[in-house]
Design a binder for this molecule. Structure first.
Ligand SMILES: [Zn+2]
Length: 419
């Protein structure tokens, strides 16, 4: 007789398998098992497979044939920020571009102002609320970038606010992104800001262990390929993993830069060239695609099919941030991974689980439902995998299991308050 702390029965289990990113034709190699049983001990998956003779648990959940997947991993967010940017909506409707809004003092720089002004505690509370929304939609791990401080103190404050929320209940992976924009006080001294970043802020972040990764915004009008390489090389020297926002607006050779620098992931990639895609494939860099940002900005979707055909492992994330994607719902990104990026449901599932886990350096512990991995799972209201990707605009998460604890997240029946 096998006893588990918790056991799910009669699940339609859909999961990629393995401990690393899946590329090319195996990106969509998802295992689908009807009438599956998942046994959990502590915070770890002890069994996942067909019904097990003699298995029992005091905490047995019948999934009634509904879909169960790994907990979702949101591999690209900017979730720690002060303020919002609702006032930019009218500028966007009038046709202003991202760079035009930035040049008029809005965009990132307006968020920098609010993030510098907010206290650490208030910032941590605001972050907790965002993570709560993500969790209710099935996200169990979220990457979180700094980059709204652009000074020593505020960059550290952002990463501390993220750390204060780690594991409550969403696990947070921290990325330092001081190279998100040049702050206004250095607008006439780019070299001065680059020196500040590489000689003071980055070493401080590394010394205090405030981040696992370093990211740069390599784009026309932001940081050049050469500047990005200098920053990323310094980060590597200091022991950080590397990521880069590249080729979002123009094909400036950012994907090639990310491959050359040895980045774990290259993100956005809307304008990536064929050469850039080949370079990513050659270096095994994970493409983190952000279809909600394309949708929100009215931009083309990244060429996911070309990337998958070239053998680039593709992950999909929200890009949750107060400017180009004020939406923390990864389910919506999954819908547009299919209809916008033209990925199959199986490829898209891998993109928000195992490949996303690999993009944040966690593929050995999360991203699939397999023995030995962390017990992070979602029980969906969806009856099958296609339904999960087909329906959109409503929350299809029923329950989320995070580190072995079950949370019911489904929307409750409407209750009348006054009559
Ligand atoms: Zn971003």
């Amino acid at each position: 007789m096998t006893r588990f702390d918790m056991m799910l029965t009669n699940a339609l289990l859909a999961t990629p398998k393995g401990n690393r990113a899946r590329a090319g034709s195996v990106q969509g190699a998802v295992s689908i098992l009807e009438d599956a049983v998942i046994g959990i001990n502590g915070d770890t998956i002890a069994y996942a497979g067909p019904p097990l003779e003699g298995a029992a648990s005091d905490r047995t959940v019948s999934c009634a044939g509904r879909l169960v997947t790994p907990g979702l991993v949101d591999a690209h967010t900017h979730l720690v920020f002060g303020g919002w940017r609702q006032h930019e909506l009218r500028q966007k409707i009038a046709g202003a571009s991202y760079l035009e809004i930035l040049q008029s003092g809005g965009g990132i720089l307006s968020t920098v102002k609010s993030t510098r002004a907010i206290s650490l505690d208030e910032l941590a509370r605001k972050t907790a609320a965002h993570l709560g929304g993500m969790f209710r939609h099935g996200t169990t791990t979220a990457e979180c970038k700094s980059g709204y401080g652009l000074d020593d103190e505020t960059e550290a404050k952002q990463l501390e606010a993220a750390a204060m929320n780690d594991g409550r209940p969403v696990d947070v992976v921290r990325t330092f992104m001081g190279a998100h924009a040049v702050p206004p006080e250095y607008s006439n001294d780019r070299q001065g800001y680059l020196r500040l970043l590489t000689e003071t802020i980055l070493p401080g972040i590394a010394k205090e262990n405030l981040a696992e990764f370093c990211d740069v915004f390599c784009e026309t009008g932001v940081f050049s390929v050469q500047e990005s390489l200098v920053i990323l090389r310094k980060a590597r020297e200091l022991g950080l993993g590397l990521k880069a926002h590249v080729d979002e607006i123009d094909p400036v050779g950012g994907a090639e830069m990310a491959a050359e620098a040895g980045c774990v992931s290259a993100e956005h990639l809307i304008a990536a060239s064929d050469e850039g895609i080949a370079a990513l494939a050659g270096a095994g860099v994970i493409a983190v695609l952000l279809p909600l940002t394309s949708l929100y900005l009215g931009k083309p979707f990244a060429r996911a099919r070309a990337m998958i055909d070239a053998g680039v492992p593709v992950a999909v994330a929200t890009d949750f941030n107060p400017g180009s994607c004020p939406c923390p719902n990864l389910q919506l990104a999954m819908n547009f991974a299919c209809t916008g990026l033209r990925m199959t449901p199986e490829e898209a599932l891998t993109a928000v689980t195992l490949n996303a886990a690999a993009a944040v350096g966690r593929a050995d512990s999360i991203g699939s439902v397999e023995k030995g991995k962390k017990a992070d799972l979602v029980i969906w209201t969806a009856a099958d995998l296609e339904s999960l990707f087909y329906k959109f605009g409503m929350n299809q998460a029923d329950s989320v299991i995070k580190s072995g604890t079950l949370y019911i997240v489904r929307e409750e029946t409407v209750k009348q308050k006054w009559s």
